[in-house]
Design a protein around this ligand. Structure first.
Ligand code: PLP
Length: 365
């Protein structure tokens, strides 16, 4: 069996260090709001070069709080991609704003700047580009082009920890950055977790309250908030894994290089695009093929795991479908849902497994 994702090798490598830190957390029994959380926030501030980092319970909460802190709600429009995980859309719906989709580029799989520009109007309050699969979207270029500080840019960095463009890390380029620490992410914990990053003191002040029942002082609640605290166990694990994240991201790039070497110039197969100005951290290695289903089936028969991220373009999701009149308009997003396939990808994927996957694909094609 070659799984699409596997954490066991990474855990074996870090086990001693993690167990050592967890023992300290258990001895202290201060499970919520302790030193590890504070340290993680300041580590992320340093790593990203931003002024503020506020931990929370998930990437979904991070996106929700980002929108709330920018006072986006009913009557406002938020532009985003239809080719992403549902959370990006959920957050917009939670605050009562109208999601406006802009189609993606077929090569980078990211939202298209040209399509975004077509959708901007007086009601546009924010844009949420997703750095999908670890490929950095050029936020600064978009900012320059729209040249309007009233339109806020919230970076969905859930799949792109450590990625960057022109030497600036994602999460520190737009107005707010939102991260997920779900276990499969490039920086993942062993449960749920998230982070909001920003240079805005106002965003910082609001989010700090929102994530902790609307309070800045114990039992004094200024606004109605939420229970969205990262716990000490997850923060301790993240502090350890943060030390290795650049190394592990490079290992992902090496896996991608090997795939590229072995799979280039094959008929009916396109490989993921490399970013010229940015650092792609390969959360996923996603190929494009008109015979995607055949490849998937053939690999499955050989015990090779793959995944389809994503099988449905968001405007067609059952939970959302009836609210959008521009059905089927996002031809690139819809093409990808039918033709994309994510191959096994994780830092410790053995080289012989990469070769097995590639030769199996060649045989199938
Ligand atoms: C692009 C994207 N945005 C947001 C999220 C939400 O993160 P979480 O699962 O931590 O809520 C995810 C998680 O899979 C994601 O992939």
């Amino acid at each position: 069996m070659i799984p699409q994702f596997d954490l066991t090798k990474e855990y074996a490598l870090l086990e001693e260090e993690i167990q050592h830190e967890l023992k300290k957390v258990f001895a202290k029994t201060n499970f919520i709001g302790g030193d590890n959380v504070t340290t993680l926030e300041s580590n992320i501030v340093k790593y990203l070069g931003v002024k503020y980092a506020i931990s929370c319970n998930s990437g979904t909460d991070a996106l929700h709080f980002a929108l709330k802190s920018l006072n986006i709600g009913k009557g406002d429009e938020v532009i985003t991609t239809p080719f992403t995980f549902i959370s990006t859309l959920e957050a917009i719906m939670y605050v009562g704003a109208k999601p406006v989709f802009a189609d993606i580029e077929l090569d980078s799989y990211n939202i298209s700047k040209t399509e975004i520009l077509k959708k901007i109007n007086k009601k546009t309050k924010a844009i949420i580009p997703v750095h999908l699969f670890g490929y950095p979207f050029d936020v600064r270029d978009l900012k320059r082009e729209i040249n309007n500080d009233k339109i806020k840019i919230i970076e969905d960095c859930a799949q792109s920890f450590g990625s960057g463009i022109n030497c600036q890390r994602v999460g520190g380029i737009g107005d707010v950055g939102c991260f997920s620490f779900y276990p499969t992410k490039n920086l993942g914990c062993y449960g749920d977790g998230g982070m909001i990053t920003t240079n805005s003191e106002q965003v910082f002040d609001i989010v700090k309250k929102l994530k902790n029942h609307g309070s800045s002082k114990r039992y004094h609640h200024d606004v109605i908030g939420y229970n969205s605290r990262l716990d000490e166990i997850q923060a301790a694990i993240l502090n350890i894994k943060l030390k290795y994240v650049d190394q592990f991201n490079l290992m992902r790039v090496k896996v991608a290089d090997k795939y590229d070497e072995n799979l280039s110039d094959i008929k009916n197969l396109s490989l993921p695009k490399r970013s010229r100005t940015g650092h792609h951290v390969f959360h996923q290695y996603t190929i494009y093929s008109p015979i995607r289903d055949k490849i998937k089936e053939g690999l499955e028969k050989k015990g090779i795991g793959t995944a389809i991220y994503y099988p449905i373009s968001l405007e067609k999701q059952k939970a959302y479908k009836n609210q959008y009149s521009e059905k089927n308009r996002f031809s690139n997003s819809n093409k990808l849902t039918k033709n994309c396939l994510s191959l096994p990808m994780y830092p410790h994927l053995p080289e012989d497994h990469i070769h097995m996957v590639c030769s199996a694909i060649k045989k199938i094609i």
